[in-house]
Ligand binder design. Structure first.
Ligand code: PSV
Ligand code: MN
Ligand code: MN
Length: 388
């Protein structure tokens, strides 16, 4: 039997971090379909994020991407967030969009390019100091396209050198989250291609370095929940970049492609204590809404994470453990599937009502009229976008 009040308490205190870039225009390398009303600067992105938080109650944190969210005064940006009941979350570094980075950033063969990349990463820590952010998120597009192009282990040495310089710069209560990705934009080797590589670097660096699991960054068929369980066991799961994928790094809404996988991931998180705030697992979204309306897509994504979390919290752990102990394969599987097949929407509606919110966040957002207002108000100026 599951303690329903504990389930509700866990759902009420869950925090989901939304990405500033998901509020801006985005697309594929073929076309960006611009949408009316999209934010023109990081301040307006926070205004939109506040709408998501207002109807869900569990999305008070917004991740930044530098330089996409570059402003003159980061403390003012943090104050703008605080005025709306938000805080600024992970600072995502960007060492992949300059011409200088054609052959890599911190792994580049030229020390001058490596220095430039490192300076950017250090600048991101300065920004964290100003915003009060705790996490520096590192993703490197570094790699090679052709066998022989560069020295594979030499690149690892350069990476380790940069990571340790950043690590030394971190203040109290700050950490670095290292993200891996199988391939893209490099097609032969990627310098941080998998959780093993990220884990090895983080282990050497120390407790302030942890791994980020972006759910879209694995080979098809990879058992992501196993990776999650392993990282949690080692105290090295820093957080998630949630999204879903059908083919590669699709950045679609989390829980859209494979809600069962999301449930399996959340089951490992819940079972292994990862939902507790002290464990420090950040539940971030990393998505792009290329053809759908952005704010409601983010609301939907938050709800999808909540539904997977609720189902994971409903797993009857004592019954599962008993079935596992006695080797009752079918019963163990049935216990898990019972939780997955539970319709948790009424439970979540009740949780929202207890929080003083409307039971249906999608309808609540529609009723605000915000979507119409931003189309009318945000005319003129350049719309913010992925990469701008
Ligand atoms: C790379 O594909 C990535 O997942 C990293 O997190 C980047 O910072 C982000 O996408 C940009 O959308
Ligand atoms: Mn990511
Ligand atoms: Mn990605």
């Amino acid at each position: 039997m599951t303690d329903l009040s504990a389930v509700k308490a866990a759902l009420t205190s869950q925090r989901i971090e939304t990405p500033s870039w998901a509020y801006g225009n985005s697309g594929t390398r073929f076309k960006v379909f611009a949408q009316p009303g999209v934010p023109r600067d990081p301040y307006e992105k926070l205004d939109d994020a506040a709408q998501v938080h207002a109807v869900t109650g569990v999305a008070p944190v917004v991740a930044l991407h530098i330089p996409w969210d570059r402003v003159d005064d980061y403390a003012a940006l943090a104050a703008h967030a605080a005025d709306r009941g938000l805080e600024l979350g992970a600072v995502n570094s960007n060492v992949f969009q300059d011409d200088d980075y054609k052959l890599g950033s911190v792994c580049h063969p030229d020390p001058a390019v490596r220095r430039k990349a490192l300076d950017h990463l250090l600048e991101c820590v300065d920004i964290m100091d100003a915003t009060g952010s705790h996490d520096l998120k590192l993703w490197f597009a570094d790699g090679t396209n052709y066998p022989g192009q560069d020295d594979v282990t030499g690149r690892q040495d350069r990476l380790a050198e940069a990571l340790s310089a950043v690590y030394e710069r971190l203040g109290d209560g700050q950490r670095m989250l290292l993200e891996y990705k199988l391939f893209e934009p490099s097609f032969y080797t990627t310098d941080v291609p998998d959780w093993g590589t990220a884990y090895a670097h983080c282990l050497r660096l120390g407790p302030k370095a942890q791994v980020v699991v972006d759910t879209g960054h694995h080979a098809p068929g990879t058992n992501i929940e196993f990776i999650v369980a392993m990282l949690l066991r080692e105290g090295k799961l820093g957080g998630f970049d949630f999204n879903s994928r059908f083919y590669a790094d699709d950045d679609l809404m989390v829980g859209a492609a494979d809600p069962f996988q999301l449930f399996r991931i959340m089951h490992e998180v819940v079972k292994n204590g990862g939902l507790a705030r002290e464990t420090g697992v950040a539940f971030m979204l990393d998505q792009c809404h290329n053809i759908e309306a952005k704010i409601p897509a983010i609301v939907r994504s938050v709800m999808n994470v909540q539904e997977a979390t609720a189902k994971a919290l409903l797993v009857d752990i004592p019954a599962l453990a008993a079935a596992q102990r006695t080797g009752d394969v079918l019963e163990a599987n049935a216990v898990l599937m019972d939780a997955y097949n539970t319709d948790v929407r009424p439970l979540l509606a009740g949780v929202r009502e207890d929080m003083g919110l409307a039971p249906d966040p999608m309808a609540a957002y529609r009723a605000t009229g915000w979507a119409e207002r931003i189309v009318a108000d945000r005319v003129g100026g350049e719309q913010a976008g992925w990469g701008a």
